[in-house]
Design a protein around this ligand. Structure first.
Ligand code: F6P
Length: 317
């Protein structure tokens, strides 16, 4: 193996993975080509040479130095063929794809339909890669959201208000559940669980009668809009509500040590397995041991056990 490409999505810890891929490859005398702007750059031929020096000083930076994009074009056959042609033209013997479900689906297409040697690295704040306990970026996202939540609690408690905090997660309640438990929240609404807003409003009123005046309700963006739930609570209980939508701050920020270490370990392992001829697999860490799982399995939808965490959150309020 003489030359490999690396393509990324963005979240905290991805730069640590790029650094690890490049520096591991350098030691193995493998040249690394960075693909700019994700699959868009692969189709349009946006390539950059990466060496030991080009990944200096990035381990502590969020985002991705390779930039990224959402590229619907890659789902079209002509674009896939163009991407494959570019891979051959650049003389790439393999590809490492760092990203979430969409990116890993693209990786699986390249490996299974076009016979390109590809290894995936799970990186998504939603932590929804099937069969994988922790994806790069999820730990930082939870900590960023938790930090914001702690600040909101200060003012919520002081003003005795009900706060609705919307966190990211289009189909995943991962951030919401983690933050709900770690932040001592009163209620968490996630796509994976049925929620009864009437019951919640009754609980708020009942609590209010007993002197519980401040509530923090976490809502995963894929479940409902926080503003809509706030309006319902206000109409049903007559109590004042405030809303905070945390948004993209959760996908940025200084990566936590967990994400830097995960990025470093998975980046290194991805190069090692690719060099050995492994393909169409996703690397991951299980009980502190590095392993691989077929991309075909990794891209299936993940069932998160939210029931246990939810039960605990409700016990602890
Ligand atoms: O998949 C990661 C994620 O941050 C989701 O939590 C969120 O719904 C989505 O991406 C937002 O995507 P975009 O940045 O394209 O708006």
């Amino acid at each position: 193996m003489k030359k490999i490409g690396v393509l990324t999505r963005d979240c905290a810890g991805v730069n640590a993975a790029i650094r690890s891929i490049v520096r591991t490859a350098c030691i193995c005398d493998i040249e690394v080509i960075g693909i700019m702007h994700g699959y868009k750059g692969l189709i349009d031929g946006e390539f950059v040479h990466l060496n030991h020096r080009s990944v200096s000083g990035i381990i502590n930076q969020g985002g991705t130095i390779l930039k990224t994009s959402r590229c619907q074009r890659f789902y079209n056959k002509e674009s896939q063929k163009q991407a494959v042609e570019n891979i051959h033209r650049m003389g790439l013997d393999g590809l490492i794809v760092v990203g979430g479900n969409g990116s890993l689906t693209g990786a699986h297409i390249l490996a299974s339909k076009y016979n390109i040697p590809v290894i995936g690295i799970p990186a998504t704040i939603d932590n929804d890669i099937n069969g994988i306990n922790l994806s790069i970026g999820a730990d930082t996202a939870v900590n960023v959201a938790l930090d914001a939540l702690d600040k909101i609690r200060d003012t919520a408690t002081s003003l005795e208000r009900i706060f609705l905090v919307e966190v990211m997660g289009r189909t995943s309640g991962y951030i919401a559940m983690q933050v709900g438990l770690a932040g001592g929240c009163e209620e968490v609404l996630v796509p994976e669980l049925d929620s009864n807003i009437d019951v919640m409003c009754n609980e708020i009123q009942e609590g209010n009668r007993k002197g519980k005046v401040s509530w923090i309700i976490i809502i995963a963006e894929g479940k409902a809009k926080a503003h809509n739930i706030a309006e319902i609570i206000n109409n049903k209980t007559g109590l004042e509500t405030r809303v905070a939508v945390l948004g993209h701050i959760q996908r940025g920020g200084r990566p936590t040590s967990t994400d830097r270490i995960l990025g470093a370990r998975l980046g290194n392992y991805a190069v090692e397995v690719l060099k050995k001829g492994v393909s169409n697999q996703c690397v991951y860490l299980k009980n502190d041991v590095l392993d691989t799982i077929p991309l075909e399995i990794a891209i299936q939808s993940k069932q998160i056990n939210v029931e246990d965490l939810y039960r605990l959150i409700k016990i602890l309020i």
